[in-house]
Design a protein around this ligand. Structure first.
Ligand code: GLC
Length: 735
């Protein structure tokens, strides 16, 4: 996000004209769901008072407030800087008050959670990152920016950049998985897609990278839980995607709910000021997560609202989402000398800079024809959503070439996820329409595939015994069973941590019954997190990981099932054999006793050491062989070279992955770290020699002082089709 000298000058002259009250107004994100209207239920409000999330006064005020209070008087007084809305008419109405009725006419920002698509919802991030196609990731973000800006949304609470290593945490669905490098590449693509198409005002938005920082390290994978780690771990694992996003010009960041080593991210001057603003150079602003300033009282780091507000402002938190603590306390805090005007001015400068960069001062409103632009989804948006969906699918098992299917086969479909439009979208998609959604059954019907269907059961609720009996009967007359099983959308995302991540409900019972019939069973998984699939891997003929793919779910799954597209997706997060293996991830330290079959090594008596499916894993309908792997040391880089051959009988895409290991260093380093990837297409019998150059400058690591170290010594270099299937070379490296 870069401003011209003229724009910077305008920002400064505005600040000079603003009263302290008006400045604090820019630091206030009013949101109905927490404060103003009745988007929260009465019971939730009672709960919020009891656990201190809202004060008694606020509770009274909320009760007194008319339904759907839009803070219109506060906007008119210049006391609101941003609002949450995806309704263009509401946004224009509130914008009109801000621009034409307030003293200085400063336009509002309109933020919204657009995490994986607005109207044309594409796959959840854990899936889309598995395409290992950064151009595609950028295009889908650009599509979401276009569609949402025409609905008045000019600020996305995205991308979510939490590196997640514990699949019990429901929000693994929202990020790009367990690897810092892949998540950093995802970050770059998303920031560019959201922010860089500035030729047209309606084609770009301000990104808000989140959740800053280390929220995904919540102890036990339990959402909102405490996080504790060495500072070197923070730098080496959780910060890199945010550093990458700032390098691409991210316009804002959202501080996370969790405390980091005892200091909540919302009031953490070390992560907010020292690292994000001073060291990384964020020139936009930082907003709190919903209600998080008030929750600092609940954390036990602040005495009361005033104390929480003072700590947050001084720590570098520029905007308050939803509590109005800044609005009601900062003026007094300044008079008491607890917060300086320069702290306020810095926050306001950052907020106004984003508004200036968005062109809101010249064009604050959504035009009528913009609103109509995406009343129906353009074909190219559907095609892009479908491309992302198809490429996100991961083939986990395919015994006896059960897949691809042949249209002449008699198919039995079981599992209610096959028909349920609500369940294909994935967590954090709010602006989609039923009419755009294609389920697996819709697509099978559309393609004229003759099939029988018995829902039998879903991720929750009861198993229909009559339907099960009927399904078993039909199974015996079918060539193949498609069991569409997994999680409902509500089982992943925020506040959706699970202690047991095996396939939920009665679905395993259904799978076992289908297995008993002796007809080949293909599990089509629809889920938002890695699942513990030991029994399934052992007993089913094929397993297709198809996640929550968005509106084009059905088309994508059937294209892969019937071989129209050869699956190319790879896992971005490790799948455990059992829930108890979590957290489990590929880029772990070696320990002094690496897990193995011998007793006194690091493993579980009942789950061993190895996970079920590793990071980077994904099969194809063809096969690939790797050979002739060499690594050459140049002055400033290492040059990998490997030959990849398509040894099967159909064309296919392979993501060649490049890893490194620093064998001995001044702190223990992971056994592998992804440093690059290339996705290639090969015809049957075709071989290609791939080259990858790793700059030596990218082979270092941070220590506890945040110093980046490059240490001479022996390194291992890897190339392969997953983190577990690699060729290796070892060299001594001099920096
Ligand atoms: C939520 C989430 C955050 C989201 C925000 C606004 O609590 O943590 O990801 O952007 O509130 O909806």
């Amino acid at each position: 996000m870069q401003l011209t000298a003229e724009q910077l000058q305008k920002v400064e002259s505005l600040i000079d004209q603003m009263t302290l009250k008006e400045k604090i107004g820019q630091m206030n994100l009013a949101s109905m769901s927490i404060v103003g209207g009745f988007d929260v239920s009465f019971e939730e409000m009672i709960e919020m008072v009891t656990d201190g999330r809202i004060s008694k006064e606020k509770f009274g005020e909320m009760l007194a407030t008319s339904e759907k209070d839009y803070h219109e008087s506060e906007i008119r007084d210049g006391l609101v800087g941003a609002f949450m809305s995806d309704d263009p008419k509401l946004s224009n109405r509130l914008q009109k008050i801000a621009v034409e009725e307030s003293r200085l006419g400063i336009p509002l920002l309109f933020g919204f959670d657009v995490i994986h698509g607005f109207r044309s919802v594409y796959p959840i991030a854990i899936a889309e990152a598995g395409t290992f196609d950064t151009e595609l990731m950028e295009k889908t973000a650009a599509m979401a920016a276009k569609e949402s800006r025409c609905s008045g949304v000019n600020w996305h609470f995205a991308p979510m950049l939490d590196v997640a290593r514990d699949a019990r945490w429901g929000r693994v669905s929202e990020g790009a998985g367990e690897d810092p490098f892949l998540t950093s590449e995802f970050a770059r693509a998303k920031i560019k897609g959201l922010q860089n198409n500035q030729e047209e005002l309606t084609d770009y938005v301000a990104a808000c990278m989140k959740h800053y920082v280390a929220y995904s390290a919540s102890e036990g994978g339990r959402d909102y839980n405490t996080t504790n780690m060495a500072v070197s771990q923070l730098y080496n694992t959780y910060l890199p995607p945010f550093k990458a996003a700032v390098e691409e010009g991210a316009a804002s960041a959202m501080a996370s709910f969790n405390d980091i080593n005892g200091i909540p991210a919302t009031v953490n001057a070390f992560t907010l000021r020292r690292i994000l603003k001073e060291s990384y150079g964020l020139n936009g602003f930082v907003v709190s997560d919903a209600n998080a300033i008030r929750e600092c009282v609940v954390h036990g780091i602040a005495e009361d609202d005033m104390d929480a507000g003072i700590q947050a402002a001084n720590a570098g938190l520029d905007m308050d989402m939803g509590t109005e603590i800044y609005l009601h306390n900062l003026e007094q805090a300044v008079s008491a000398g607890k917060v300086t005007v320069s702290v306020i001015d810095e926050a306001v400068r950052r907020v106004l800079s984003v508004k200036m960069w968005l062109g809101l001062f010249e064009h604050p409103y959504v035009t009528e024809n913009s609103m109509d632009r995406f009343r129906t989804i353009p074909v190219e948006h559907k095609e892009l959503a479908r491309e992302s969906a198809v490429k996100s699918i991961v083939l986990l098992k395919n015994e006896h070439e059960t897949l691809p299917l042949n249209p002449s086969q008699k198919v039995l479909v079981v599992g209610s996820l096959a028909e349920n439009k609500e369940e294909i979208i994935g967590a954090w998609a709010m602006s989609w329409k039923q009419e755009d959604c294609v389920t697996i059954l819709d697509a099978l019907t559309e393609q004229g595939i003759s099939y029988h269907y018995h829902a039998v059961c879903g991720p929750d609720g009861e198993l229909d015994k009559e339907q099960l009996t009927a399904a078993m009967q039909t199974a015996s007359e079918s060539d193949v069973i498609l069991a569409v099983v997994g999680e409902s959308v509500s089982m992943s995302g925020e506040a959706a941590s699970k202690a047991d991540i095996s396939i939920p409900g009665h679905q395993k019972e259904l799978l076992k019954a289908m297995k008993e019939t002796g007809t080949p069973v293909v599990a089509v998984l629809m889920n938002g997190r890695p699942l513990a699939l030991a029994w399934e891997e052992e007993n089913l003929d094929a397993i297709l990981e198809s996640w929550h793919l968005g509106i084009e779910m059905g088309h994508a799954v059937t294209k892969v099932l019937y071989g129209e597209y050869n699956p190319s997706g790879k896992l971005t997060a490790t799948f455990p054999t059992m829930s108890g293996q979590c957290p489990v991830y590929y880029n772990h330290p070696n320990t002094g006793r690496p897990g193995s079959k011998s007793k006194f090594t690091s493993k579980y008596l009942d789950a061993g050491f190895d996970p079920l499916f590793p990071f980077g894993f994904g099969l194809s309908y063809t096969t690939f062989a790797y050979s002739d792997f060499t690594v050459t040391q140049k002055l400033d880089r290492m040059v990998y070279e490997v030959t990849v051959c398509n040894t099967g009988n159909r064309s296919g895409e392979e993501t060649v992955q490049f890893y490194v290991r620093d064998i001995t260093a001044s702190i223990v380093r992971p056994v592998k770290e992804l440093k690059g990837f290339q996705k290639i297409s090969l015809e049957p019998g075709e071989c290609r020699t791939i080259q990858f150059e790793l700059e030596k400058a990218n082979m270092g690591f941070y220590n506890d002082e945040g110093a980046y170290l490059l240490e001479n010594g022996a390194f291992q270099f890897f190339a392969g089709g997953s983190s577990a299937q690699v060729l290796m070379q070892e060299l001594r490296v001099e920096f």
